[in-house]
Design a protein around this ligand. Structure first.
Ligand code: FM0
Length: 326
């Protein structure tokens, strides 16, 4: 009654931004991501009949009651699925620099879904595992797979057709991602709250929904034809459209700060010099730059020279979940 799993984080090239069902984590639009090699979460789960409640240890420390309650609510979904009544000890090691703007929830919930379902004896295929992880955090559904991944929004109200599917293997196209950490002072609006406020109050949200479907089709075409320029232009424009919706929310908010915009300007200036770099941004001020292996060193050194850049992590496209020996 125990298992251990590893899941890697992912970055969306076509963003998940809005839910059509909060309880089931059903998204309003489909999204598309690449799993990264460098950042991952290792989670082990051990069910124990003697426990009176779930225990959650994160990076060697017992987690707060609030964190434990969140994890326990997710474990209840898995216990319900398996007809399991016992509690478990959950131990997670995050190898994800949350400061660098990577939400560890994607790799965290994907690793937990994999370890917990295996420990409780459920032998789920990756599609079903993606649907379990989705109910911990939407973007976690994509971390079940490596490479290029599409999370299909589905149409059904019960979410049975809402899961991630692999599009292209991690070794089929060598792209590079620079995770750029910039200075950040303001407390960020967490993505869950940010997308809820935007869906409910932003007049620009309908424009997003109209445009994102087209972006997704264009991105899939770029991947199928290995067209890096089309991939880059599409991911950058999609990120900008997502963030534009937040300015129309009530109250308005923006994840970018002045440092973010300096990096954005530098990326666009790189293109004027013939260095093909494209940026994407999630629920925070940090920037991810996508480029090709042949230009990654030149691009890195130019971005490194910006005084607002605190760190740059180099990533390649990474694998899906794996099970580890305890
Ligand atoms: O990753 C993307 O597609 C885009 C975002 O990162 C942009 F900020 C949102 C991720 O949202 P998530 O943390 O998965 O939300 P949850 O389902 O409320 O947990």
């Amino acid at each position: 009654m125990k298992a251990k799993a590893r899941a890697h984080t992912n970055i969306a090239l076509i963003k998940y931004w809005g839910k059509r069902d909060e309880a089931l984590f059903l998204p309003t639009n489909s999204s598309l991501s690449i799993t990264l090699d460098k950042f991952y979460t290792d989670t082990s789960v051990r069910f124990d009949p003697k426990l009176q409640a779930d225990q959650f240890f994160l990076n060697g420390q017992q987690a707060s009651q609030q964190e434990t309650t969140k994890i326990s609510a997710f474990m209840d979904k898995i216990r319900l699925l398996a007809g399991e009544k016992h509690y478990a000890v959950i131990t997670s090691e995050n190898h994800v620099p949350t400061a660098a703007g990577f939400a560890s929830s994607a790799s965290g919930y994907a690793a937990l879904a994999a370890a917990a379902t295996k420990a409780v004896g459920l032998e789920l295929d990756n599609r079903a595992l993606s649907q379990v992880a989705r109910q911990g955090s939407g973007s976690a559904s994509r971390s079940i797979y490596g490479g290029f991944v599409e999370w299909q929004k589905g149409e059904l109200e019960d979410g049975l057709d809402c899961y991630a599917v692999p599009l292209l293997d991690k070794d089929a196209w060598d792209l590079r991602v620079l995770a750029i950490e910039v200075s950040s002072v303001a407390k960020k609006v967490l993505s869950r709250e940010g997308m809820k406020r935007t869906v409910e109050t932003s007049p620009f949200y309908q424009g997003w929904l109209h445009a994102v479907e087209l972006d997704l089709q264009t991105m899939k075409q770029a991947i199928a034809t290995r067209d890096f320029t089309l991939l880059g232009k599409t991911l950058e424009a999609n990120a900008c459209k997502m963030h534009a919706t937040t300015l129309g929310a009530n109250p308005p908010f923006l994840y970018w700060n002045s440092a973010t915009m300096q990096v954005m300007e530098a990326v666009q200036a790189l293109r004027d010099q013939g260095l093909e770099a494209y940026f994407t941004i999630d629920a925070g001020p940090n920037v991810k730059v996508v480029c090709q292996p042949s230009q990654v060193d030149q691009i890195t050194s130019q971005i490194q020279s910006l005084d607002v850049v605190q760190s740059i992590q180099h990533c390649r496209i990474g694998p899906g979940i794996s099970y580890l020996d305890q």
